[in-house]
Every structure is written in structure tokens, then in C-alpha cells.
Write a protein that binds this ligand. Sequence first.
Ligand SMILES: *Cc1c(COP(=O)(O)O)cnc(C)c1O
Length: 368
Amino acid sequence: MKELNGSRSSAISESTAIQWVRTQVRALSAYHAPDASGLIKLDAMENPYPWPEELIQVWLKELGKVSINRYPDPSSATLKALLRETMGLPQDMEILLGNGSDELIQLIALLLQGPERCVLAPEPTFVMYRLIALASELEFIGVPLRSNDFALDGDAMLQAIEKYQPAAVFLAYPNNPTGGLFDIDVLLAILAAAPGLVVIDEAYTSFAETSKMDWLYDYPNLVVLRTLSKLGFAGLRLGFAVGHSAWLTEMDKLRLPYNINTLTQVSASFALQNFSVFEKQITWIRQDRERLFQELNATDGITVWPSHANFILFRTENKSANEVHIKLKERGILVKNLHDSHPFLANCLRVTVGKPEENQAFLVAIRS
Ligand SMILES: *Cc1c(COP(=O)(O)O)cnc(C)c1O
């Protein structure tokens, strides 16, 4: 009887949900992160290096001083000041913190959404631009990159901007999952032509050793996104936007008051005060990326694209990527399978640069 009631009420709640949940949301599929337990994890662009033990001890002492019964500092003032200093951010620009830069992308969508409005991005790119737009009241216009080298198709981008008049254009620089840097002249043409906001997402800027942050002075319609995730702090969930107050002050109104929790504020501040430790790791990752690229490039049956980020995109020419993905997993290695994510990425996989021994294990496995 109890069970019967349970299944009846769950059937009712399902039909009620179908009636009320927004159609756009029901059409989406949730972002899926696979279980990586027991595997060498080379799928999510994480920094592979743990914190040094001495640093962990000092960090734990800092955490012990936190008043966890109190709400966080709503403005994250200490952390913001440290970010400005450590990252050399322009003093006269605003900065806004997010629970990962994903949250900032969502704030931008909330800021701009409305009937008949769209956002535009070249594709393939970071999937959250599309997902967040579709979950908001925004259409998403994907403009194909060039299929051979994944460069921006300047004419196609400018024509689409002219035609669709997007509220925002998202440009990942370097791009994920292709790893390349877009042509500077095309980026400048987009900034000049875009009627609304242009977002340059610099999630991988430290691995590329280049940034377009100083373009903020010439282009008031630009907002730059950064994140600590790929630098070694994916677990903290901290991203930030830099730009003119005309945009950021409005975004701040939509931010939930305590979006950066106290443990993140304290831990990120601590990490930034010890940033040289992590800068060293980033240098290692850049060097190991070059080694991994050379090795993959010299491997039969693999096409590889040059990367300015901490991952490498490659195609398995004579084998199905689905099969290679499964075989790698059987050998204890998890990479990202992009085969079904975009037609240009048929038989493509993406490997994150790990520790040297992890990269070696991956190379041995892929060659066999
Ligand atoms: C990983 C990634 C992000 C999101 O990072 P957060 O962990 O949410 O800060 C944003 N943009 C690009 C291009 C990414 O690859």
C-alpha cells in the first residue's frame, strides 16, 4: 500500500513537472562528469600537482581561524585586492567574483536575456556558453570555426554578427577544446562590429602567456573572464570578471550575496600569497605540453593540433575515438571523448597535460 501510494504520487509529480518546468529546460541534458575513481585523470584540465605538505599545514592553520558560523565577507575585499595584485589586473577596472567562471557566464546570460535575444560564439567551443544561453531566455548562434585548423572564420563571424545582432559574443582565448589562439585582427574586427557585449574568456591565459586584458581600455564593450580552476584550484570554485563598471555593477546586482564562501575566500587568498609555488607548476605543465605534443605528433595514426592551453586535442585517424576512449580507460587512463560533441570533432579526443609519469603512461597506452 505504502509503495503504491509512493509510485502514484511520483507519477503525479512527474506530470506536474512536465506541465510546469520550462520547455527549454526539459529539452536540455545535464552536464555530465564521469566517475574517475582509480583512473589517471586526464579529462578535465586540472593541475595534476597537489600542494606541498608544508603549505598544507600552514593553510589548515588559516582555515582553523575562520568563523564558520558567520556569513562570508559579501564583497570578498581581501581576496579581490590579492587577485588584483597577484594577477596584475588594471587598477581602474571593476572586478567581480564568481563561483567558478561558469557562474559569471550565467550572470551575463541573466543580465542580457530577453525575448528575441541571442548570444553568439564560434564552435566548437566551451559547451557552457550554449548550455547556459539555452537555459536562460536566449538563443544560441554557433558559427563554425574553420574545420581544418579551428581558426576563426572572420567573414562568417562578421556576417553572423551583422545578421543576428547578438547581445553577447563569447570567445575563449585560448579556445577549449581546440587549444588554439584566435587571430588578433579577427578579434579586433569582432570587437569593433559587435553591437553588444564581447566576452573574452581567458581560462587558459597562464598556459598561453598572453592576455587581451589591456584591450579593456580601447573597447568598453569588452569583459574579460578568468578562473583559478585550471591553475591548481578547481576545487575552490573561483572565477572573476574584469571590465568597465557599466557592465560589472549591473552584473553585481544579480549575484547572490554570498556566492564566494568563506573557505574559498580564505583558501584562495592563501594560495595567491604563495603563488610562486603554483607558477612553477604552470611552467612545468607548459614544458610537458610541448613534450607531449611532440610525442603525439610522432605517433602513427594520430593528428594533433598545437595547443596554448594545458590540454591537447587529437584525432585517431584509423580507429574510432569511442573505441580508443574505452581501451584507454581499461588501461586506467581517462581522457575526454569529443566524438559526439561536434561534427568537426569526429574521432577527436582531448588529453589534459598531467605529471610526466602520467603523460608517459598515456603515451604507452595510446601507442598500443
Ligand atoms: C574550464 C573553463 C571555464 C570554467 O571554469 P570554472 O571552473 O567554472 O571557473 C570557463 N571557460 C573555459 C573556456 C573553460 O575551459
